[in-house]
Design a protein around this ligand. Structure first.
Ligand SMILES: Nc1ncnc2c1ncn2[C@@H]1O[C@H](COP(=O)(O)OP(=O)(O)OP(=O)(O)O)[C@@H](O)[C@H]1O
Ligand SMILES: [Mg+2]
Length: 281
């Protein structure tokens, strides 16, 4: 069987504007190929040296490595927050390298959700508006933004606190808000950088249970961490050392690597069992 020709820059641009993906029989959600990144300096820092990774729809992937191994660098390149020194990043089949900045911004706003160790919530906005702002750059009107934000808060067990300010929440609840903000646009993939790094162990476990529930409900999620205990529980484990992938268990046997059509934009269907209001702060 012959594979279809690779998408041209023109195909990419049209697909990005239309909000669609370049669809092949088994289009991955995210592909990085031979990705390298060096930061300028005396001498320059080679943070990543030729990383290749393919992530299919519905996967939950844990990337683990020691401090300075290149995890955040890799996540930022996968999330189009930075450009690689060389190599390729494809999101839902779209080659980021061929896109002008405004199209990359739109792609990022509509297809990628981010969760960070430091939460990055706006302290003076309500919980509802922090989540609703996740749709700001996708051109969704305010009323709909807030409706969808409430749905996302329901998913993370925080629908009862829409008018609270982040300062009135526990650390675990703040991270739930950040996760709701990442999910509200129904992105193709959620990228989480040390999502439990600022939480105590019990609260961290509750957040990992939530991530697991979201994965079971259909979300595609990548978690980077320096803690081996966290990735041990994930269906796919990738190990990074000195800017190179040194181990990858590959997609889980039950991973859905079929057509992207249904899964990449599918919202999780049910609320997780865990409740945000019951965890310790
Ligand atoms: N903006 C930058 N300028 C120069 N060097 C950088 C920059 N960002 C990262 N580095 C270097 O690149 C390497 C990889 O850093 P990165 O932040 O990706 O590691 P990490 O695995 O996320 O570490 P940690 O677990 O501590 O968060 C490190 O040597 C780091 O010092
Ligand atoms: Mg890091």
């Amino acid at each position: 069987m012959t594979s279809p020709p690779p998408p041209t820059p023109h195909d990419n641009a049209i697909a990005a504007r239309n909000g669609s993906a370049i669809r092949g029989a088994r289009t991955p959600v995210l592909e990085v190929h031979d990705l390298a990144k060096s930061y300028p300096g005396e001498p320059p820092v080679q943070a990543l040296g030729g990383v290749s990774l393919t992530i299919g729809p519905g996967e939950l992937v844990g990337i683990v490595g020691p401090s300075g191994s290149g995890k955040t660098t890799l996540l930022q390149l996968m999330g189009t927050l930075d450009r690689p020194s060389s190599g390729h990043v494809r999101i839902t089949g779209l080659d980021v390298a061929t896109m002008p900045d405004n199209e990359v911004t739109y792609l990022r706003a509509t297809r990628i959700g981010f969760v960070f160790q430091q939460f990055f919530l706006a302290e003076h906005s309500t919980v509802l508006d922090n989540v609703a702002d996740g749709l700001l750059y996708a051109g969704v009107p305010l009323t709909e933004r807030r409706e969808r934000a409430l749905d996302a808060l329901e998913l993370v067990g925080l629908a009862g606190r829409p008018r609270a300010r982040p300062t009135q929440l526990s650390g675990g609840q703040r991270q739930r808000v950040a996760i709701a903000r990442a999910l509200v646009g129904q992105p193709a993939i959620v990228l989480a950088d040390e999502p439990t790094g600022n939480l105590d162990q019990a609260t961290g476990h509750a957040i990992l249970a939530l991530i697991d529930e979201l994965h079971r409900a259909g979300s595609t999620i990548v978690v980077v961490t320096h803690e081996h205990a966290i990735v041990e529980r994930m269906p796919r484990k990738v190990e990074i050392l000195d800017g190179h992938i040194v181990a990858d268990t590959g997609p889980a046997a039950d991973a859905d690597l079929g057509p992207l059509d249904e899964r990449c934009t599918r919202a999780p269907q049910r609320s997780p069992r865990t409740s945000g209001s019951e965890e310790p702060s």
